[in-house]
Design a protein around this ligand. Sequence first.
Ligand SMILES: NC(=O)c1ccc[n+]([C@@H]2O[C@H](COP(=O)([O-])OP(=O)(O)OC[C@H]3O[C@@H](n4cnc5c(N)ncnc54)[C@H](O)[C@@H]3O)[C@@H](O)[C@H]2O)c1
Length: 311
Amino acid sequence: MRVLITGVAGFLGSHLADRFLAEGHDVVGMDNLITGSRDNIAHLAGNRRFMFALHDVSRFIQVEGPLDGVLHFASPASPIDYLELPIQTLKVGSLGTHNALGLAKAKDARFFLASTSEVYGDPQVHPQPESYWGHVNPVGPRGVYDEAKRFAEAMTMAYHRHHGVDTRIVRIFNTYGPRMRARDGRVVSNFVVQAIRGEPLTVYGEGQQTRSFCYISDLIEGIYRLFMSDLVDPTNIGNPHEFTVRQLAEEVLRLTGSNSMIEYRPLPIDDPRVRQPDISRARALLGWEPKVPLAEGLGRTIDYFRHLLAG
Ligand SMILES: NC(=O)c1ccc[n+]([C@@H]2O[C@H](COP(=O)([O-])OP(=O)(O)OC[C@H]3O[C@@H](n4cnc5c(N)ncnc54)[C@H](O)[C@@H]3O)[C@@H](O)[C@H]2O)c1
């Protein structure tokens, strides 16, 4: 199989490329490096089954040769990034998705959209099953990301229904692990880096908002199974094990042995209070569930950041 992965120099895209290559497939990776880094794919230099194209997917996409899959992962993904890059975020979710779908249609390839739990917004149903339509503020600051992804899902289904493109949609919940950026504003990387540096851990509000965190290898396994399946309707992939942000801060302090304090700051606008995937669909239809416990995943992530920050 030969697949295109957009956003290949990012956190998830680079791990996904590793997985497809490990399965014996060829990968064309595309990225404009707006939030990603060549470091994430440096280990693939010289791999004859991997090719990299520096390109903005919000502009027309051209790829020579046949493709069996187009996996659209390009998008700023952390709140810091999409609040700084609101127009690029809207464009890559709308124009970028349209371009990637057009390419999949032209190549008769399967299309796979990286959507997000943010399509559920600040949810009034908890945990969130795929049948929940969400509670999103379109004009709030986070609307640029949430609405871009909702549009991307609608566009994907339109290409499926109207053009007969073979499509998949994954709704990814918070994921963590090696290759996250140190200062990307996501809670796990923030806490780990702050703890290693001995800086105070920043908790927003009283830290009672909940999150669930999926370790990267579990997520990639779920994505790979979904890509290979025949499930067209959106599928949640995430870890249902739910913690308060404060509990996470305490776990990071324990595992790093750091003496950092916890510092409380006001809650950002439209910050979701609760977030937990209902993964019944993935469990029943993909035989998938997360395997890596939080302490183990955090341990590997802490090792990665210790190495990175020392280098
Ligand atoms: N990490 C998570 O927890 C999470 C959760 C839900 C959804 N997602 C989705 O997964 C995908 C990957 O997220 P990530 O965490 O790896 O983020 P990331 O920022 O590490 O990676 C995104 C990559 O896309 C690239 N990119 C952005 N706009 C582009 C454009 N116009 N053209 C070409 N490349 C472009 C960036 O340079 C970067 O390399 C995103 O679509 C994101 O919305 C991630």
